[in-house]
Design a protein around this ligand. Structure first.
Ligand code: NAP
Ligand code: HSE
Length: 432
């Protein structure tokens, strides 16, 4: 066995503690690899006095992450904070030629390009398997196992927190706010859970997958994104009545010279694979040109699944160095084949529309006329019994396939009707 690799850890929260646990009790699969021996040299946290879930020598703790990066005993930096200065720490480490592992999707999705260039220039590596889909080795599969394929499409559940919320709401296990609190207690949610429920966390993950799978340059903000905040129990009930389940889907498809990329709640058929991914689990269905359909599924959030992915990267970085195999980051650099993420206006799909409308003659006809003017054809209508107290009735319309831009124009016009005082809610439908 060669000298242990000096590890500097920035962040000892949910994921950081999991990484320390795995390093302290390495499974035999890791111990058998003769060059893989890690020694924790320095650990940065915000609050040194806070009790920790794992035993770490107090003398290693610092509140200054920059000290971890600068420590000459640290050869490999592992960033697990998700904090705003992460870019500074990671870029400083790469500039010093130190390899970096991170689970920080925001950092990769928004500033990956700069970091990849920096790593390449300094002969350092940057790996981030844990940034997408927790313990599922999807990045490794796209860049390696599926390298002989042109990725044609990718459908995923990429956020554990929202899948946990939607699953438990569909089982009638509480309301949105209480279940979100449980997801936070379980360690699934981001420090700012708005990132999860707004869809932005999944959009950032999708941008990372698009980069590797489709060679696209876009960031999380280029991905069309809508969250689950507006999903109500009644939407889940209507979906069930229609034979669907609501999931926060991340979808990317190859187009001519660009990529379609979107994240939004979607109704998917009850018997589809993605409808049956529950709780904090994630799944990704990839369509490869040579291999055909492939499905990856597993825990997408939580301490040990995420730590498993971080440690796998640490092992690969060490083994690549020892073997003189170059950096993994070399595979991520986009050449002339780089494509952009396209706007979604021309995407066509079916839509579920729900509104509380005033119980007056002609309202349904006016809504139908607006849809017809946009060439949107109605597939079915459900109108429940009159709500005697409010004088309004719930109206549900399912459309045939229509263009997103046309649907947005129609929604604007319907929202302007006096007879639809609270506006229309829309959920997209995916047949899968
Ligand atoms: P967490 O439990 O909130 O832990 C964050 C850690 O970072 C804490 O130890 C905190 O110190 C430390 N920290 C925060 N700001 C710091 C600063 N300025 N200087 C030094 N240390 C600082 O977060 P987490 O859930 O482990 O997530 C960490 C990263 O992994 C994030 O990028 C997240 O997106 C990503 N991730 C998380 C999961 C998951 O399931 N949790 C899954 C995939 C990816 P204190 O302990 O003293 O507060
Ligand atoms: N907050 C993220 C999620 C953690 O719920 O999926 C895993 O990236």
């Amino acid at each position: 066995m060669s000298n242990p690799i000096g590890v500097g850890l920035i962040g000892l929260g949910t994921v950081g503690s999991g990484v320390v646990e795995l390093l302290q009790d390495a499974p035999s699969s890791m111990r058998r690899r003769k060059h893989v021996d890690f020694a924790l040299k320095r650990v940065a946290v915000r609050d040194r006095a806070r009790p920790r879930a794992v035993a770490v020598d107090k003398a290693l703790l610092t509140a200054e992450a920059a000290e971890v990066v600068a420590d000459p005993a640290v050869q490999l930096v592992v960033e697990l904070t998700g904090a705003a200065p992460a870019y500074e720490w990671v870029s400083a480490a790469l500039r010093q030629g130190k390899d970096v592992g991170t689970a920080n999707k925001a950092l990769l999705a928004e500033r990956g390009e700069e970091l990849f260039e920096l790593a390449l220039k300094n002969g350092a590596d940057l790996m981030f398997e844990a940034s997408v889909a927790g313990g599922i080795p999807i990045i490794r599969s796209l860049r390696s196992g599926l390298v002989a394929n042109r990725v044609e499409s990718l459908y995923g559940i990429l956020n554990g927190t929202t899948n946990y919320i939607l699953t438990r709401m569909s089982r009638g296990e509480g309301d949105y706010a209480d279940i979100l609190k449980d997801a936070q207690d379980e360690g699934y949610a981001e420090p700012d859970p708005t990132m999860d429920v707004s869809g932005m966390d999944a959009a950032q993950k999708l941008a990372i997958l698009c980069r590797i799978g489709f060679h696209s340059t876009g960031t999380g903000s280029d991905v069309f994104c809508e969250g689950i905040e507006h999903i109500e129990q009644s939407d889940i009930e209507y979906a069930r009545e229609l034979g669907f389940v609501i999931k926060l889907l991340a979808i990317a498809k190859q187009q001519n010279g660009s990529v379609e990329a979107r994240v939004h709640p979607a109704m998917v058929p009850t018997d589809s694979l993605l409808a049956n991914i529950h709780d904090e689990f994630n799944a990704i269905q990839v369509q490869g040109s040579a291999v055909g359909p492939q499905v990856f599924s597993g825990r997408g959030a939580g301490q040990m699944p995420t730590a498993s992915a971080v440690v796998a990267d640490m092992v690969e970085m060490v083994e690549r160095k020892v073997a003189g195999a170059g950096t993994a980051i070399g595979d991520m650099i986009l050449g002339e084949e780089a494509v952009s993420i396209a706007p979604v206006e021309n995407v066509e799909m079916r839509y579920f529309l729900r509104a509380l409308v005033c119980d007056q003659p002609g309202v349904l006809e006016r809504i139908a006329r607006i849809l017809a003017e946009e060439h949107i054809s109605i597939a079915s209508v459900i109108q429940k019994e009159r709500d005697l107290e409010g004088g309004s009735v719930p109206l549900v319309i399912v459309t045939h396939e229509a263009k997103e831009a046309a649907m947005q124009r129609a929604l604007g016009a319907i929202d302007a009707l006096d007879a639809v005082p609270d506006g229309v809610k829309l959920i997209r439908m995916e047949e899968l």
